[in-house]
Design a protein around this ligand. Sequence first.
Ligand code: PGA
Length: 256
Amino acid sequence: MSRKPLISGNWKMNLNHFEAIQCVQKLSYLLTKDDYSAVDVSVHPPFTDIRSVQTVIDADELLMQLGAQHCHWEEKGAFTGEIAPAFLAKLHVKYVIVGHSERRELFGETDEMVHKKVAAVIANQMTPIMCVGETLDERETGQTEGKVLAQVAAGLVGRKPEQVSSMVIAYEPVWAIGTGRNATAEDAQAVCAAIRAEVGRMFGAEAAAQIRIQYGGSVKAGTVADLMKQPDVDGALVGGASLDPDEFARIVQLGR
Ligand code: PGA
């Protein structure tokens, strides 16, 4: 299987643009060429930092890739406070997180909005990292697969198999995000395998074999290696632990 793992740092609403530059520079001293040949690494700063981080990445020819945390689906217009996908593409953003559970829960993002955003990100030649995941209540009442696969189907319906092949899905159990609790490697594997099977049903074996599926939720240096050993886990979406360049570099190196 030729899926190169992707480890992404989701900084959420942390680090101003000065702090972001420092974080990226420190990370660049810690990661080696071998790391980048084994794993793709992306950082997802807040919007106000993206231009600064892009300048550092381009000027120093860093091998890490730039990501965003969110965008709107329209090209332009009267959407106060929103950011168009084309603005991100112009800043060499490669990956855009779509439908993070914090956006879904705190800002009312629906499956329909996620679906439109996935389409818009792809139309602007960037790669969506589409987040899916169940709440604690859903897990405890045996609804994990039903919930997650419904989110996968709603987000991807109507896309072409070759578009889905190059996408990323992040499986993030909501109860594991920022809580210090994470799914066991076996649980993560089971859900990621079910996601891959659903992609196979919708888009065929080729798309299922190629799509990358990350696990996210309290990933740390101490837990990443077991997760990455699982056959259907192709990377990690890391929140809190990605704010510390030493810890994030260890996660990349242990996740290789
Ligand atoms: P966490 O966040 O690693 O802090 O749990 C993960 C995420 O929300 O992407």
